[in-house]
Ligand binder design. Structure first.
Ligand code: GDP
Ligand code: MG
Length: 201
């Protein structure tokens, strides 16, 4: 079996403060969970390598580090990203409503021709009983935007790997489509150049 060099993808994780973004990353990357509430300042970038079918995918997952309070920082944070994980807390209805704003902010940073920018939405803390958001409600918002939805728990390690694999797979798919179209454009540009050169010399 041939081993390729791998593909590097930048994934950003967004959602309101306290929904569990850092905890989900800590679960996914380090397989740990801590109850302690910490908001460190400055973005942190967590690396994780996974295999998607035959491709080694080197994820760099960007966590806001508490800066989600300042929406103005989202543009520089999300620049050049290949996909976005949107997180809300199933025990906090407002955090679901906030996803609309996060989604719009991200899309403002994406080139217009990049129509299928991949998102995944995670409803976190499903281990808690005091839910404010039903699965149906979350599904309705996600399907209206064509976004895959997963119910997860960083604490109990429910569905976390599965959700990140979904965004990695979709980001990889979009990345190769993007590269293919770039390659096609370069080939046709190359053809034009050849014909110009043939004409003039
Ligand atoms: P962030 O601000 O979105 O990064 O949220 P944090 O990861 O800092 O988590 C906020 C709080 O929610 C912390 O006290 C976590 O321990 C707690 N938390 C995160 N994920 C879960 C979960 O799946 N279940 C429960 N019960 N608590 C969680
Ligand atoms: Mg955090």
């Amino acid at each position: 079996m041939s081993i390729n060099k791998g593909v590097g993808l930048k994934i950003v994780i967004l959602g309101s403060l306290g929904v569990g973004k850092t905890s989900l990353l800590n679960r996914y990357v380090n397989n740990r969970f801590t109850q302690e509430y910490r908001t460190t300042l400055g973005a942190s970038i967590l690396p994780k390598e996974i295999r998607v079918d035959n491709t080694l995918v080197k994820l760099q997952i960007w966590d806001t580090g508490g800066q989600e309070r300042f929406k103005s920082l989202v543009p520089s944070f999300s620049k050049g990203s290949d996909g976005c994980v949107l997180v809300f807390d199933v025990t906090d209805r407002d955090s679901l409503y906030a996803l609309e704003g996060w989604r719009e902010e991200i899309l403002l940073q994406i080139p217009l021709e990049y129509k299928d920018y991949p998102f995944v939405a995670l409803g976190n803390k499903v281990d808690l009983t005091e839910r404010q958001v039903t699965s149906d409600e979350a599904e309705a918002w996600c399907s209206s935007h064509n976004i895959p939805y997963f119910e997860v728990s960083a604490k109990e390690d429910i569905n976390v790997d599965h959700a990140f694999e979904n965004i990695a797979r979709n980001a990889l798919l979009q990345d190769s489509k993007w590269k293919d179209s770039y390659l096609m454009n370069s080939i046709s540009l190359g053809d034009n150049r050849t014909s110009v050169r043939n004409n003039c010399c």
